[in-house]
Design a protein around this ligand. Structure first.
Ligand code: AMP
Ligand code: GLY
Length: 454
């Protein structure tokens, strides 16, 4: 009997291997056109299960690993057409806007595309990013540590001012809705905070996004991000990462989309990450389930480490940019396999295999960014970069030349045995690239103890 059972087992195993090998190759459409999407496309293109990879709209880098399709990321009818025309099996949504606008519902409600697997939540789940008041209420309900807060709408200006009086400076004011990463104000002075509040609530400083404002306690600590992929039942941890948001060295000046990133985060040790998992990740996934919010996709958890304890600053329903540029190279497993399973609610309990080396990404931007800047500058020297990866963000192919097409232009991404070595490698390769008015921060990582001491 035992022998017989053993034989069946062997046959099942062989069959499983056969199925894996002969599993249908996948056609994938990735939405977005930034550095994050180039990094995701670069990783997915390495999968043996990849058939055709399309990126809409993509950029000058994604066309090296797949086919760019000239469709805007929120042009739902055209996206659906591209899915049908190209027999797309899996739709991977890079940025938040299509998710908040309901791309999942749009694709799932059509008989021609209802079976396409999708990475990215539906409208309800996307509210975790699309509405700060929704995400704060979610955290409060599920006991997830976050800053104390109050929510106020236009008719409640006086109440909001009273609430501010009870808080200590600095005052944190957040537009409830999506405001392109600009909707958070941190203000030291009470009078200025009153004025800003009035501008947001009454004068629509951030349009409809600031019709509701969240006022928060200021969390004093150091920021980092963790990322999970979930199918609503189980989840997989991705590597942690840290980005650098301010334009100026020493973390001063205007906020940007991100001037560079590192992975892993040196101060996110095992003990800290265990706290994150127990206090934040698990209650987040079980909270979604308890609230009947289906969720297949990435959850980006922006954290503040306050004296060794993690607090959630924000959720995003996508991967971070430029965090992704440092995370993708660290993933050893076949990401496409994980995404395919995630889209079909078959994620299970497999962990992602990760390389132990560190990765650093230096973002090269257009002079003037994040305010006004010029586009169309010819980028020279990209082919000279040999020891690092180049992920394109705002670039465009103009015939045989590549030119700048955005504020953030390219990341130079490198491996190292340590973060310091990874950073040194990126800074050395950055010197090979040139375009008019280029700028990058030269101080990434030097705020972190292990790098200072190394
Ligand atoms: P958010 O869009 O919510 O991620 O906020 C943008 C940035 O503002 C964050 O990355 C933090 O640097 C900062 N921030 C947001 N909320 C707080 C808070 N409660 N305390 C301190 N800094 C904050
Ligand atoms: N790097 C921050 C973000 O993607 O929102």
């Amino acid at each position: 009997m035992e022998k017989f059972a053993g034989r069946i087992e062997l046959e099942v195993l062989t069959f499983a291997r056969f199925v894996k090998k002969t599993m249908k190759k996948l056609n994938v459409l990735l939405l977005g056109g930034g550095g994050r999407e180039h990094a995701i496309a670069w990783k997915l293109a390495q999968s043996e299960q990849m058939n055709n990879l399309y990126i809409a709209p993509g950029n000058g880098g994604t066309s090296q690993v797949g086919t760019n399709v000239n469709i805007g990321e929120t042009n739902f009818p055209e996206i659906k057409r591209a899915i049908i025309d190209n027999n797309v099996d899996l739709l991977v949504v890079g940025p938040e806007a299509p998710l908040v606008k309901g791309i999942r519902e749009y694709i799932e409600s059509d008989i021609e595309t209802e079976n396409v697997r999708i990475i990215g939540p539906g409208r309800a789940g996307a509210q975790l990013e699309g509405s700060k008041s929704f995400s704060k209420a979610f955290m409060a309900k599920h006991g997830i540590p976050t800053a104390k807060y109050g929510v106020f709408s236009a008719g409640q200006l006086e109440g909001a001012k009273e609430f501010l009086h009870k808080m200590n400076p600095p005052f944190v004011l957040k537009a409830d809705g999506l405001a392109g990463g600009k909707g958070v104000l941190i203000i030291d002075n009470l009078k200025e905070a009153h004025l800003a509040l009035e501008e947001m609530l009454v004068k629509s400083k951030f349009g409809t996004a600031s019709e509701t404002v969240v006022i928060e306690e200021f969390l004093d600590g150091i920021e980092l991000s963790v990322f999970v992929l979930t199918d609503g039942k189980t989840y997989v941890n991705l590597p942690s990462a840290k980005d650098y948001k301010r334009i100026g060295e020493g973390d001063i000046g205007l906020n940007t989309g991100g001037m560079g990133s590192l992975s892993p985060v040196p101060f996110a040790d095992d003990e800290f990450l265990r706290k994150v998992e127990e206090r934040i990740t698990k209650p987040t996934i079980s909270g979604l389930k308890a609230d009947d919010i289906p969720y297949n996709g990435f959850v980006f958890i922006g954290l503040m480490n306050v004296n060794g304890d993690p607090f959630v600053i924000e959720y995003n329903v996508r991967l971070g940019d430029p965090e992704t540029e440092s995370i993708m190279p660290r993933i050893k497993s076949d990401l496409l396999e994980f995404l395919w399973k995630c889209g079909g609610e078959e994620l299970g309990n497999d962990e992602l295999e990760v390389y132990t080396q560190s990765v650093a990404s230096v973002m090269m931007v257009s002079g003037g960014y994040p305010e006004s800047y010029e586009k169309g500058k010819t980028i020279l020297g990209l082919d000279q970069v040999q020891h690092s990866l180049v992920f394109h963000a705002g670039t465009k192919n103009d015939g045989s030349r590549v030119s700048t097409n955005g504020g953030r232009v390219v990341t130079i991404t490198s491996f190292g045995e340590t973060l310091k070595q990874a950073l040194a490698a990126s800074y050395s390769e950055v010197n090979k690239v040139y375009y008019e008015n280029m700028y990058y921060r030269k101080d990434l990582g030097f705020d972190l103890e292990p790098i200072k001491q190394e």
